[in-house]
Write a protein that binds this ligand. Sequence first.
Ligand code: THU
Length: 161
Amino acid sequence: MEHYQFSYELVDSIDALSADDATLLRKAQSAAQLAYAPYSGFNVGAVALLTNGAVVQGTNQENASYPVGICAERVLLGNVAMQYPGEKIVSLAISYHSAKRASDQPISPCGMCRQALLEFEHRSDTPIRLILGGEKGRVMIIESARLLLPFAFTPHELGGQ
Ligand code: THU
């Protein structure tokens, strides 16, 4: 039998993070307030620190036609690509506020966002460090988004790259 496994860091609270990571996660918590999520009541904030020191935000943007809605992570990636073309993402924090549940556990990106994050890692040739946490509680740190998508379909599969 073959196995896939990966290591990640789990800390008890935001207080155990480095100052830079804690700042980024706090920004993601604040960014969640800018989400447009009247249908799910689930407001997500994603904030990236770039290699040039810039900080870029994204939030989920829902739609009365539900599938039109887009996740915070992909809004963020589009913002990075347009505002700072060619710039790499060092770390990306994701947090949330929910009308229906306590925000006391990390959430991790949905499958579609994992694929989008992976593409960004490929095009920038740099791992994206994920910092995942709610408004309180434990925080998860994952060294590269690709770890969340084993056996992914990548540009290599298309040949010529
Ligand atoms: N959502 C995100 O923005 N990011 C995630 O990582 C998970 C889910 C959004 C999509 C939708 O607007 C709402 O959260 C509920 O699924």
